[in-house]
Structure formats: structure tokens, C-alpha cells
Design a protein around this ligand. Structure first.
Ligand SMILES: Cc1cc2nc3c(=O)[nH]c(=O)nc-3n(C[C@H](O)[C@H](O)[C@H](O)COP(=O)(O)OP(=O)(O)OC[C@H]3O[C@@H](n4cnc5c(N)ncnc54)[C@H](O)[C@@H]3O)c2cc1C
Length: 567
């Protein structure tokens, strides 16, 4: 295959924005997007609530500076302040740009773009398309990419970065339709493969494919991962499935109520109430449950999200998908009854370490979106800032790659590398005496993470998690793929995803064990206080002979000094 100038891995918002922007910078570039699902089925399409920008349409006194401060405070001061400044300053422009390419933002009566309140934000600045924001953004971007001539390789599963020394030669991927392993030589590669919160398999809001493939591929190629221990639990997952009920439901005025009929958030965040930041609200719900003020059910304890006072008209017009999901998955119509909810694993603050232009330490490899860690979310992301992140940094990274691509000489990917990977895949299918099943390992992975490296963490529990993960990795050596066919071998792909999740889970647990403080989403019951002197630092994690090796990196400060974080 002729080398591409840019190969983007991932057809979500980050990947598509990067491809669109790169084409805009230089229309003569040869750009491909590889995606294991059809682009408009990427997890971005599940985003409901919206994207933040200080447009000052709803609150006339909102400013970019307020958005910056809210984001830094929300991050528990772990975000890099220069990166946050880029994120928030670019926000108004990016929302208008999407408006220009056809994203149907909801409007206010004066026809300006509507904005709703979101958690941890001082002003209502979340722009939305009812509760289907991600879906509409993704459609607009996909149309533009097709129009501009981006090549799409849909249903290709990327397995590896081919590296020659400190430089990438491109990628090796499997055509899922045929099972054929193919080389994709490329001057530059952008990893935009989304998050890894699906490793908390049994209770997660994420799509089944959010298995951190790009992070795992980068990690094994020697690229450091950053702040992997910070995993966000969203306060309101549906009780049985963990599927998401957007923060927009509380933004529109929903209440959280315990079994004593009390809006308990008054005891935890008296000012912000239900619109406290996610880390705080999730911890508060779990504390209420631990102290016996939750509701019981065969599907486990839960809390009430009450929207009944909002009225049918508002629920039908602003939260139609939430109503549908509640009726379908819980048998509850939120117009008449409260929705049963419990926190659910939702978002990866950590990811591939990049600079503010999307570069990684490996020449020719870039990363953007939830797969990357710039870092703008630090220890806790604010709702509505992730769609913004994938758009702003998707665009920046696309631009960087477009400007730098022609500086790199294309290189062939040795055919021996492709055949070695083919052989490795076939090895999983060989009958052997002792074997392990994929489903059992995945289930146990989810369980040990939820129990030992979940919302509340402590030394002995995390150590148990570390031990379990080592055992699971050992057992994975014997995993067997029973489907031996070439065509759409989903069993094989799930095994590849499991391998990625196991490698990444070790980086999450290693970071969580080392960080002896509580900051943002990382709550150590044995170290309940934030310790800026020792831990106001990013964690870096590198692959060393199959195990995570930890290091640190300073946090970039700006005009905002460290402060205690209260709401
Ligand atoms: C239910 C839900 C609701 C959300 N709501 C909001 C919200 O309202 N506001 C907000 O700001 N954020 C929200 N978020 C977070 C936000 O949607 C995500 O962080 C963001 O969409 C991620 O975009 P992305 O482009 O980085 O990755 P994704 O959209 O996840 O796309 C990843 C892409 O990578 C591809 N890929 C992955 N692995 C491979 C591989 N091995 N080979 C080939 N391709 C691969 C996939 O096919 C996919 O195309 C929500 C998240 C969830 C789960």
C-alpha cells in the first residue's frame, strides 16, 4: 500500500475533527481514518448533555476566564493551566464553527445558541442539541470528512504501531471483514481511540469498544501514559445497566433524593447542591448508600433522581432520550416517577501523554481526544468539557500533523512484522490442554477493579487489585479463541481488547497505589487529604518488560494558585 501522509485511528469526534482540519490545512494530503466501528457509531454519538463554551448567551456576565477557573478548580488543580487556557479560549469559536457546518444546536427564544447549567460550572454555559449532542456533532463532522475526500477504512482493528527506532513507520491492523492483517505505512499517525472506562466492565456507561486500545498500543510501543489512576465515576448511571443519565437532567433542575426523602446534597455541597462536580456527587451518593440511606433492590442499592417536578413538556422536549432509556431499561417514566440511579464508571482523565499540540515522545505519533492526556481535566473532568476537549484538541492535533507530515520520510513496514502478528493471532486459536475463557476473565477484571480500585480506595484493597490483575494476566496467557473463522471473528477481537484492558488496568492500579493522597476522582480513605507538597504532580507510566514503571512530571501552573476546593 502507498504510504499515507496521516493515518488517524478512530472515527469519533477527536479523530474526525483532526482529519477534517488536516484536510483544510493541506488539501493535497493523503489522509485515512481507520475505525473498528462505523464512525457514526463511535462513543461520541452517545454524548447527551453538551459542550461548554463561554458564549454568554444565557448568562450575559459569563467569561472565558470563569470557564478557565472552573475547569482548573474542577481538576483539583492537577490540570495544566496553559492547556486549559487553550481549551476555554477556543471554545466559543469551535461551537460557532460547528454551527456553520450544520450542527443543530438547540436555540433560545432570541435564536441564539441555548446553554444549560452543568456540574461544577459557575454559569450556564453548556451548549446542547436536546440530549443527543454527540450524535449530531459526529454526523456533521463525518459529512465534512466525506466531502473533503478523507479515506475511510471502517471495521479495521488496529493492533500495533510499527516503530523503527524512535520514529513510527505506521500501523498494523486487521480487516475485520476478512481477518487479513494489513500494513498501513504512514508518515504520521494520530491515535484518537477514545477512553478506557469499559475496563470496569460490570458497571460502566461506556460503549463495549471503549477498551483503551490506542493507549495500550502506545504504552507497549514505549510511549508514556499520564495520570492513569484518575477514572471518573458519573453520579447517575441507571441502576441495572449503568447506562448514563446525563448531568443535563440535573442541569434542567432534577433532584437527588435518598430513602428518607431528603435532598442529601445539601450536606455535601450546600451551594451547588446537585450541580456539584462529579467526583463529589458520586462520593456523596455512595456515602449515603454505605450509611443506610439508599434504596434496596435485587439489582443492588440505588438512589433516586427525581425529575417529576419538571413537568412532561420539559422532559419531552429537553430530555427525550433520558425518558426513553428510563422507560426501556428501568420500566420507569420520569414524568411520573423518580429514576433509580447509581454511580457508573464513565471517563478516563488519564491517557497518552502529549504536549499542547498533540505530539507524543515518538516522532510521527500524535494523540487526541479521550485517548490523550494533554492535560485539561487533571484529577476530575467537568461535564461538558470532554466534547469540547475532543473538538479543540482534535483540531489542533490535525493541524500539527498536517504541518509536520511531509517532514517525515515514509518508511516501509517489514512484512516479517505483519506475519509475526498474524502468527500471534493464530496462536490464540490453537487447541491446548489447559485453557481460559475470555468471558470469565473479563468479568473478573471488572469485579476486581470496581471492588479494589473504584470510587473509594485504600492500600490493602489496591494491593489486592494489583495481585488479582497479575493473576489475570498470567491466566490470559492461556486464553483460547474458539471461533477459528476469518470473517468477523468477534471472539478474537474481544480477546485483543481484553489484552489491552489488562495492560491498562495495571497502570491504573499502580498509579492509584503510589498516589498517597486524595485528589479529584482518586479518593484514598487512608490518605483523605490532598497533599500538594508531595503529590501536586502528574503520574507518568511507562512499559518496562510488561510491567508499569512510574515516574512524575510537574504540573504547569499559571495565574491560579492552589486553593482548597469547596462547593
Ligand atoms: C454515555 C456518555 C455520555 C457522554 N456525554 C458527554 C457530554 O454530554 N458532554 C461531554 O463533554 N462529554 C460527554 N461524554 C464524554 C465524551 O463523549 C467522550 O469523552 C468523547 O466523545 C470521546 O471522543 P473520542 O473521539 O476521543 O473517542 P470515541 O468517540 O470513543 O471514538 C473512538 C474511536 O476509536 C475507534 N477505535 C478504538 N479502538 C480502535 C482500534 N483498536 N482500531 C481501530 N479503531 C479503534 C473507535 O472505532 C471509535 O471510532 C460522554 C460519554 C459517555 C460514555
Amino acid at each position: 500500500m502507498k504510504p499515507f501522509d496521516i493515518v488517524v485511528v478512530g472515527g469519533g469526534g477527536a479523530g474526525l475533527y483532526a482529519a477534517m482540519e488536516a484536510m483544510k490545512v493541506n488539501p493535497s494530503l493523503n489522509i485515512a481514518v481507520l475505525s473498528k466501528v462505523y464512525p457514526n457509531r463511535s462513543h461520541t454519538s452517545a454524548a447527551q448533555g453538551g459542550a461548554n463554551a463561554a458564549l454568554a448567551n444565557k448568562a450575559k456576565d459569563d467569561t472565558v476566564d470563569m470557564h478557565i477557573f472552573d475547569t482548573i478548580k474542577g481538576s483539583d488543580y492537577l490540570a495544566d493551566q496553559d492547556a486549559v487556557e487553550i481549551l476555554c479560549s477556543e471554545a466559543p469559536r469551535i461551537i460557532r464553527e460547528l454551527d456553520n457546518i450544520g450542527t443543530p444546536w438547540s436555540r433560545m427564544d432570541d435564536r441564539t445558541i441555548a446553554q444549560r447549567p452543568f456540574g461544577g460550572a459557575g454559569r450556564p454555559r453548556c451548549c446542547y442539541c436536546a440530549d443527543k449532542t454527540g450524535h449530531t456533532i459526529l454526523q456533521s463532522l463525518y459529512e465534512q470528512c466525506l466531502k473533503k475526500g478523507v479515506f475511510f477504512f471502517n471495521e479495521y482493528f488496529v493492533l500495533n504501531i510499527s516503530a523503527g527506532g524512535s520514529k513510527s513507520r505506521g500501523l498494523v491492523a486487521m480487516n475485520m471483514r476478512t481477518g487479513k492483517v494489513e500494513a498501513f505505512p504512514a508518515r504520521t499517525v494520530i491515535l484518537a481511540t477514545g477512553g478506557y472506562a469499559k475496563m470496569y466492565w460490570n458497571r460502566s456507561s461506556n460503549a463495549a469498544g471503549n477498551t483503551g486500545d490506542g493507549q495500550a498500543i502506545a504504552y507497549r510501543a514505549g510511549i508514556p501514559l499520564k495520570d492513569m489512576e484518575f477514572v471518573q465515576f458519573h453520579p447517575t448511571g441507571l441502576r441495572k445497566s449503568g447506562l448514563l443519565v446525563t448531568e443535563g437532567a440535573r442541569g434542567e433542575g432534577g433532584y437527588l433524593v435518598n430513602s428518607e426523602g431528603e435532598r442529601f446534597m445539601k450536606n455535601y455541597a450546600p451551594e451547588k447542591m446537585e450541580l456539584g462536580p462529579r467526583d463529589l456527587v458520586s462520593r456523596s451518593i455512595e456515602t449515603e448508600i454505605l450509611e443506610g440511606r439508599g434504596f434496596d433492590s435485587p439489582a443492588g442499592p440505588y438512589m433516586h433522581l427525581d425529575l417529576t417536578h419538571l413537568g412532561g413538556d420539559l422532559i419531552k422536549s429537553r430530555l427525550p432520550q433520558i425518558r426513553e432509556m428510563s422507560m426501556y431499561f428501568e420500566g420507569v417514566d420520569p414524568i411520573d416517577e423518580p429514576i433509580p440511579i447509581r454511580p457508573t464508571a464513565h471517563y478516563s482523565m488519564g491517557g497518552i501523554d502529549t504536549d499542547n499540540d498533540g505530539r507524543t515522545v515518538m516522532e510521527g505519533v500524535y494523540a487526541a481526544g479521550e485517548a490523550a492526556c494533554v492535560s485539561v481535566h487533571g484529577a476530575n473532568r467537568l461535564g461538558g468539557n470532554s466534547l469540547l476537549d475532543i473538538l479543540v484538541f482534535g483540531r489542533i492535533t490535525g493541524r500539527t500533523a498536517a504541518e509536520e507530515a511531509r517532514q517525515f520520510e515514509p518508511d516501509e513496514i517489514p512484512s516479517s512484522e505483519v506475519s509475526a502478528i498474524e502468527e500471534e493471532l493464530r496462536e490464540y486459536m490453537r487447541p491446548s490442554g489447559h485453557y481460559e475463557r475470555y468471558g470469565a476473565l473479563r468479568e473478573e477484571l471488572g469485579q476486581t477493579l470496581a471492588q479494589n480500585v473504584g470510587i473509594f480506595r485504600e492500600k490493602s484493597k489496591i494491593e489486592k487489585g494489583v495481585k488479582d490483575l497479575a493473576e489475570l494476566k498470567e491466566r490470559f496467557q492461556h486464553v483460547r479463541v474458539f471461533d477459528t473463522s476469518d470473517v468477523y471473528n468477534t471472539n478474537l477481537m474481544q480477546v485483543m481488547e481484553l489484552r489491552n484492558m489488562l495492560d491498562l488496568a495495571q497502570t491504573v492500579a499502580a498509579g492509584a497505589l503510589a498516589r498517597e493522597e486524595s485528589r479529584g476522582s482518586h479518593t484514598r480513605t487512608d490518605f483523605p487529604v490532598r497533599d500538594d507538597e508531595k503529590w501536586h504532580k502528574h503520574t507518568l507510566c511507562t512499559w518496562e518488560d510488561g510491567s508499569p514503571k512510574l515516574d512524575q512530571k510537574p504540573v504547569t501552573m499559571g495565574k491560579y494558585e492552589l486553593q482548597e476546593r469547596t462547593y
